[in-house]
Design a binder for this molecule. Structure first.
Ligand code: AMP
Length: 422
């Protein structure tokens, strides 16, 4: 990585402004999973050990406007009352995050009532030597995500006024050019934290200089969410294993019947193109040979394993079958570099999670055999944690979208904005 990190800059006596990704799942004000918070602790503790004047932390927490809109529509459909203020209070306010952070750091953490504005400024100005402050959710301010550069700049300038140095450890949000992730870096010396460094290091190794055989496993719902990563990887990997909902569009592209399985009609041509490109690049593109089908989209549905050319008209494919699982696991275990993104089936339902869990185990086995194994965030990260194997792979990314964009070969704006090493 050619970006400066917290190690390259003197923090003693400095006012440090740090962007973290504490976008944790909250249910009625209770944190469901604190992986992202714990992942930022090494940087926070390092910064505090350098004896800065104070540390101001900032993060977004969900997307209040968008989330509330969705929840409101859902409540409307279900004929339930909807209290927007209460919903936002329980899902987007930093109070539980600050309380939990204080426990993790074994020290008090002050909460600011907003990210910018006179009240935020006043509380920042009142900070005493060595104190830690968390700003309220940055996305309560429209300017944070505004398409208008001037709006973002004005918010970024206010944020920059809180610090002498900007540290970005929010890998999970690095693919978004927001005021607190990108614009602010223009107004202060800007360096990466350790989590950012580690993410870029592992993902960088995978795209730049992967040990071969290099295998990518892609799953998840749709091709449309992964077009660019498919196209990028198809030129680089030795084998591409495809499972999840997206496999069915590939079958359709080969003229097969897929029953009631997920289909993206408008991506059939693209699937054909990817199949051709794989062949032209000598990439072995492996599609499942058997699938688990269900007669309903329900964990209690009747299920059976069928060969892919025998999916019954009224059934839907919900997981890869046992023979496919065996073939995929073999491929993974033979690899020296493996990148995995997206579940092999509807893994949220326990009866359709076998294929995904088996991939998690194969990743752990490959790691034991000396491979570099990378889990690309999001659902695959939940799946590997669910299997209790998250410590047995080389790297589990904290950023689903960000790791995908990185693997697509895109420059992440939050990374690009940081200062280069001399
Ligand atoms: P993505 O966000 O694109 O990685 O997709 C993740 C989602 O894909 C999960 O919620 C899975 O339930 C869903 N998924 C995986 N396999 C299938 C399938 N065969 N049919 C429908 N949805 C699937």
């Amino acid at each position: 990585m050619n970006k400066k990190t917290v190690r390259d800059i003197d923090l003693r006596g400095k006012r440090v402004l740090m962007r973290v990704d504490f976008n944790v799942p909250l249910k009625n004000g209770v944190i469901q999973d604190d992986i992202r918070m714990r992942a930022a602790l090494p940087t926070i503790n390092y910064v505090l050990d350098q004896k800065p004047k104070y540390l101001v932390l900032m993060s977004h927490l969900g997307d209040p406007k968008k989330d509330a809109q969705k929840a409101k529509e859902k409540a409307g459909k279900d004929g339930k009352p909807f209290d927007e203020a209460k919903y936002i209070e329980g899902k987007h306010k930093m109070k539980p995050v600050v309380e939990h952070l204080s426990e993790l750091l074994h020290r008090p953490v002050v909460l600011a009532p907003a990210a910018i504005g006179p009240d935020a400024k006043a509380i920042v100005d009142s900070l005493k030597e060595g104190e830690v402050l968390m700003l309220e959710n940055t996305r309560f301010h429209k300017a944070e995500t505004s398409k208008d550069a001037a709006d973002r700049e004005s918010m970024a300038k206010e944020l920059a006024s809180y610090g002498d140095v900007y540290v970005n450890d929010a890998f999970g949000t690095a693919h978004r050019p927001h005021a607190s992730t990108e614009t602010v870096a223009r107004f202060l010396p800007a360096v990466a934290g350790f989590l950012m460094e580690k993410e870029l290091d592992y993902l960088g190794k995978a795209i730049e200089n992967p040990a071969k055989p290099y295998v990518a496993v892609l799953g998840g719902a749709k091709i449309s969410g992964k077009i660019d990563v498919l196209q990028n990887l198809v030129g680089k990997v030795d084998a591409l294993l495809i499972g999840g909902g997206m496999m069915f569009t590939f079958y359709k592209a080969q003229g097969m019947e897929i029953g009631k399985s997920l289909l993206e009609e408008d991506k059939i041509e693209l699937a054909k193109k990817i199949l051709v490109e794989a062949k032209a690049n000598n990439v072995r593109l492996l599609l499942p040979v058997d699938v688990l089908v269900a007669d309903k989209f329900d964990n209690a549905a009747a299920t059976k394993v069928v060969m892919v050319n025998a999916i019954p008209a009224d059934w839907a494919g919900v997981d890869i079958g046992p023979e496919t699982t065996r073939i995929f696991a073999e491929e993974i275990k033979k690899a020296k570099t493996v990148v995995w993104n997206g579940p092999m089936g509807v893994f949220e339902m326990s009866n359709f999670a076998k294929g995904t869990t088996a991939i998690a185990h194969a990743m752990a086995d490959a790691t034991k055999a000396g491979a570099v194994t990378i889990v690309g965030g999001g659902d695959s990260a939940s799946a590997i944690a669910q299997a209790g194997l998250d410590k047995q792979v080389s790297h589990v990314s904290t950023g689903g979208g960000a790791s995908l964009e990185f693997l697509e070969g895109k420059v992440l704006p939050g990374v690009a904005a940081l200062n280069d090493k001399a």
